[in-house]
Write a protein that binds this ligand. Structure first.
Ligand code: XMP
Length: 510
């Protein structure tokens, strides 16, 4: 079944992925595409509605992104947000002026009644972020909201189904912002709300069955949410035709490898092969202290380990990749500076003998992947698993990775996770883990002097790991964690708490 689709044209604003996520949360499928898409491609996509995002430009900038005027003649409803609404007003003959002061932050607007503003209060707070403003509407348009500084905070031509909002309905600071998006989707575009995760699972299983037929599929399972959900979907579709390989590099958290085997092999009955290569990885890491070198060694050995298993399995037809929608969007953009060389299974295709790549999650945002995971009956500890770096605990041990340090790190990390869960904070903190610093300090235990490791606690809140803030864990929870670690874990006599945000620090220590 083909679901209805909304097309979001990306004019470069910072909240653009958020708009797409909000639309999806309202059960309407959408795609975010660069704004230079041609009119023909728009028509071919056949959206039920089009949204123009915000962007950093002024419509008067020489190189500011524009759009083919024909988009307004297609009879498809359009909602312009921020820059998108200015562009709409400008291109249809209204006036946009450079204001001397910007309007930024929470602003009170009063709404008029219209299809776009159904269920909105007479006045409410919204989130503004603009310099230019619209001073005259194009012919046929009506004002639908105003603020002190902004005579046309929202406007629309109900006949042509063209609407604009100067503020950001996708941001939480806009009171009932998603009601505005919902009104656009349902009242203006006539959405049916056919994008649900149970529909997705049903249609994806049917199409995977058709595509795979009786052929063989191979999947690298990391224990992470994406590979777990991708593998489970495929397993539902074709059962034993799928073989998963799980490389245990000996750098996982306490009990993690056992959990993966118990959920997927014992619980779901998956054909899951575990490569127990911890000794090989540790051997290659011996004496290595430089972070980038550690990453490279682990990345390369990971491929070798996978390759060895894949060779034993023989030729397969499909290789599964856990690509998700943000990767698809990002890959269209320019590359930024490499801060850390991330090791992912992305390097696999060239070394494995397969015919095609299969990416069952490439249309989904992370929160949708999690919903699909629950829909498939996966347990919470798998679906809500916090992000975990490919090189594992090796980049949480400063300096050389040794068996002793791994044991200390695993035990301290286990206590941290236990106490965070007991305090009910596990859903609120993006990532939390312990780090073994490269320092030893003097302590006193019983009547004896000790000279042991300093363990750091790292806990951050974040939306997407691009930026992060240190989590404000209550002192009494920190106290419990600290007391338990120094008492229960060998070779630790001091705990410190990392209170740096990203930037300037990164989330991981290496
Ligand atoms: P940083 O430390 O750069 O991390 O702030 C951002 C996010 O990425 C994770 N991370 C990795 N993930 N392979 C991965 O798959 C890696 O090599 C890697 N290094 C960092 C990190 O845990 C955080 O969520």
């Amino acid at each position: 079944m083909q679901h209805q689709r909304v097309l979001i044209l990306d004019f470069g604003g910072q909240y653009n992925q958020l708009i797409a996520r909000r639309v999806r949360e309202l059960n309407v499928f959408c795609d975010l595409v660069p704004s230079d898409i041609s009119l023909k491609e728009i028509e071919r996509y056949a959206p039920i509605g089009i949204i123009f995002t915000g962007g950093p430009n002024s419509v008067y900038d020489e190189n500011s992104p524009k759009i083919d005027r024909g988009v307004f003649e297609l009879g498809i409803p359009v909602l312009g947000i921020c820059y998108g609404c200015q562009l709409m007003a400008y291109m249809l003959g209204g006036s946009v002026e450079r204001a001397t002061t910007s309007e930024y932050g929470k602003v009170e607007v009063s709404y008029r009644s219209s299809l776009l503003t159904v269920d909105m209060p007479a006045s409410a707070v919204c989130w503004m972020s603009h310099t230019d403003r619209i001073t005259r509407l194009p012919a046929g348009f009506k004002m639908l909201a105003e603020s002190n500084n902004c005579p046309y905070a929202a406007f629309g031509d109900e006949k042509k189904k063209l609407y604009g909002v100067q503020f950001h309905p996708e941001v939480n600071h806009t009171f009932k912002g998603s009601v505005i998006l919902k009104n656009f989707l349902y009242n203006v575009c006539g959405a049916a709300g056919d994008w649900t995760m149970s529909n997705f699972v049903a249609s994806q299983i049917a199409s995977l069955r058709e595509r795979i037929g009786d052929k063989k599929v191979l999947c690298a399972m990391s224990g992470g949410v994406d590979s777990a959900v991708a593998a489970t979907l495929i397993h539902r579709a074709v059962g034993d035709q799928l073989t998963c390989v799980f490389v245990d590099h000996g750098l996982l958290r306490k009990y993690e490898a056992e959990e993966v085997m118990s959920v997927f092999r014992d619980g779901l009955g998956m054909n899951l092969i575990k490569a127990d290569d911890g000794e090989i990885f540790l051997g290659k890491l011996a004496g290595v202290t430089e972070p980038e070198q550690k990453r490279k060694i682990i990345g390369e050995q990971f491929i070798r380990s996978f390759e060895k298993q894949a060779k034993a399995i023989g030729k397969v037809d499909f290789l599964v990749q856990g690509t998700i929608y943000p990767d698809v969007i990002e890959s269209g953009k320019g590359k930024s500076a490499v801060i850390k060389s991330h090791h992912n299974v992305g390097g696999l295709p060239s070394v494995v003998d397969f015919k095609e790549i299969i990416e069952p999650l490439r249309d989904l945002f992370k929160d949708e992947v999690r919903k699909v995971g629950f829909e498939l009956g996966l347990p919470k500890n798998v679906v809500m698993r916090q992000p975990f770096p490919g090189p594992g605990l090796a980049i949480r041990i400063m300096g050389e990775v040794t068996r002793e340090k791994l044991e200390t790190l695993r035990d301290s990390d286990y206590i941290l996770r236990d106490e965070i869960a007991k305090a009910g904070l596990d859903d609120k903190i993006w990532q939390y883990f312990t780090v073994i610093t490269n320092s030893k300090t003097v302590g006193v235990q019983g009547d004896f002097r000790t000279y042991e490791n300093v363990v750091a606690i790292r806990a951050v809140t974040s939306l997407d790991a691009m930026t992060a803030d240190w989590a404000r864990i209550p002192y009494d929870v920190l106290e419990k964690i600290s007391t338990r670690i120094v008492n229960e874990v060998k070779r630790v006599n001091r705990i410190v708490y990392d209170i740096t945000s990203k930037p300037p620090a990164t989330i991981e220590w290496e």
